[in-house]
Design a protein around this ligand. Structure first.
Ligand SMILES: CC(C)(COP(=O)(O)OP(=O)(O)OC[C@H]1O[C@@H](n2cnc3c(N)ncnc32)[C@H](O)[C@@H]1OP(=O)(O)O)[C@@H](O)C(=O)NCCC(=O)NCCS
Length: 134
């Protein structure tokens, strides 16, 4: 399957809402991803298959300076374990570097250590998190 990867590419909210619902196992909602990423992100990467279906997405948030943050790495269930997720992150890292960022951050659950640390090239660091809505 040929996959095209594109930075700051067009997408519909419905496409990303469906990927997000599948990836994080919730009902499809009506979130305005297009408005969100255009207002707040350094960029995002879409992966599209030959039939143009959206099979992958990653959002690259940033601080307006040297730090970028990978959020919502998503690959359609039917397209997983074919290298698409790692390539999405690699394309995102390349564009963040080209935009002048010095650091790319991510956090993740234990079962994704192999994905982020071995396949995507992140190194381990101390990090912290406070849940603000609970
Ligand atoms: C995480 C995710 C984006 C990975 O996408 P992917 O295209 O399947 O990843 P890749 O094919 O590039 O994986 C490369 C390697 O990472 C590791 N890996 C990938 N997904 C993994 C998983 N779910 N569990 C354990 N290891 C995993 C494997 O070593 C894999 O190599 P292999 O297939 O040769 O064993 C995808 O599983 C997904 O969308 N998950 C649901 C949403 C989610 O949890 N996103 C992450 C938020 S932090």
């Amino acid at each position: 399957m040929t996959i095209e990867y594109a930075w700051r590419c067009p997408f519909t909210n419905d496409e990303v809402n469906r990927l997000h619902a599948e990836g994080f196992e919730h009902e499809v909602d009506a979130y305005d991803w297009w408005g969100q990423v255009n207002r707040h992100s350094l960029g995002w990467v879409c992966a599209r298959a030959g039939d143009l279906a959206l099979v992958g997405f990653v959002n690259v948030a940033w601080d307006g300076g040297s730090h970028a943050f990978v959020l919502d790495t998503l690959v359609a269930a039917a397209a997983r374990r074919a290298g698409i997720g790692a390539r999405l992150v690699s394309v995102a890292a390349g564009h963040a570097r080209a935009a002048g960022c010095e650091w790319l951050h991510v956090d993740f659950e234990d079962h994704l250590r192999g994905f982020y640390l071995e396949s995507c090239g992140f190194t381990e660091t101390n990090a912290g998190l406070i849940r603000l809505d609970g």
